[in-house]
Design a protein around this ligand. Structure first.
Ligand SMILES: Nc1nc2c(c(=O)[nH]1)N[C@H]1C(S)=C(S)[C@@H](COP(=O)(O)O)O[C@H]1N2
Ligand SMILES: [Mo]
Length: 198
């Protein structure tokens, strides 16, 4: 009884769907609250905390190389979408622009609209993570986080912050919005790290 919104994984992709997940039809939108509208002219991206404070414009990001990424997307509310095609800027390329204190072990992702989510430095700087500016070859739609969102494919999608506009580098872990409200601090889909026990 999966209803019309979900499909059972077929044989071919069943090894790619983590336990307890179903394939979504289409690409659902999951936003807490209203989607902020930000033009690229006013758009700004800040880094602070255990990093030299800096502000970046849209064109600063556009000067970095862009790549195509195809990644599976897993929401903790039990839907997954395979082979989402994005275009974006590697987190590692952006990290080369900033000076981070070696003591920084955690990152708080900040967004237009006030959403936050925390991630460890190790999970954040993985080679496959990127700031997306296009979805299936079109400018990233506002409801999916446009003009820019983070995508962290190996972790449940609540860590893939939409409308991201800042990184706060921290020595100790702090909790973001959903993590304070019971979600797991890490959120690895294959281990079903959905909710915290505390
Ligand atoms: N700023 C912001 N980012 C967010 C969210 C949000 O509510 N606000 N929701 C998260 C959750 S729970 C999921 S599953 C994904 C959904 O991304 P989508 O709406 O593009 O499918 O965005 C994540 N990033
Ligand atoms: Mo989600």
């Amino acid at each position: 009884m999966l209803g019309k919104f979900f499909q059972k994984p077929n044989q071919e992709n069943s090894g790619r769907v983590p336990p307890g997940q179903h394939l979504a039809k289409g690409f659902p939108v999951l936003t807490y609250g209203a989607a902020p509208q930000v033009s690229i002219e006013e758009w700004e991206f800040r880094v602070w905390g255990l990093a030299k404070p800096a502000v970046f414009s849209w064109s600063d990001f556009m000067n970095l190389p862009q790549h195509e990424f195809t990644a599976d997307f897993h929401c903790v509310t039990r839907w997954s979408k395979l082979d989402v095609k994005w275009t974006g800027i590697k987190v590692r390329d952006f990290m080369n622009l900033i000076e981070v204190d070696p003591k920084a072990a955690h990152v708080m992702e900040h967004c237009y609209g006030g959403y936050t989510t925390n991630i460890t430095m190790a999970d954040f700087v993985r080679e496959e993570n990127f700031f997306a500016v296009k979805l299936f070859d079109e400018a990233l739609p506002v409801e999916h986080g446009g003009p820019m969102r983070l995508v962290v494919p190996h972790i449940y999608a609540w860590k893939s912050a939409k409308w991201i506009n800042g990184l706060e580098f921290l020595e100790q872990e702090e909790l973001g919005f959903w993590e304070r409200n019971g979600y797991h601090t890490r959120g690895e889909p294959w281990a079903e790290e959905r909710y915290s026990n505390s």
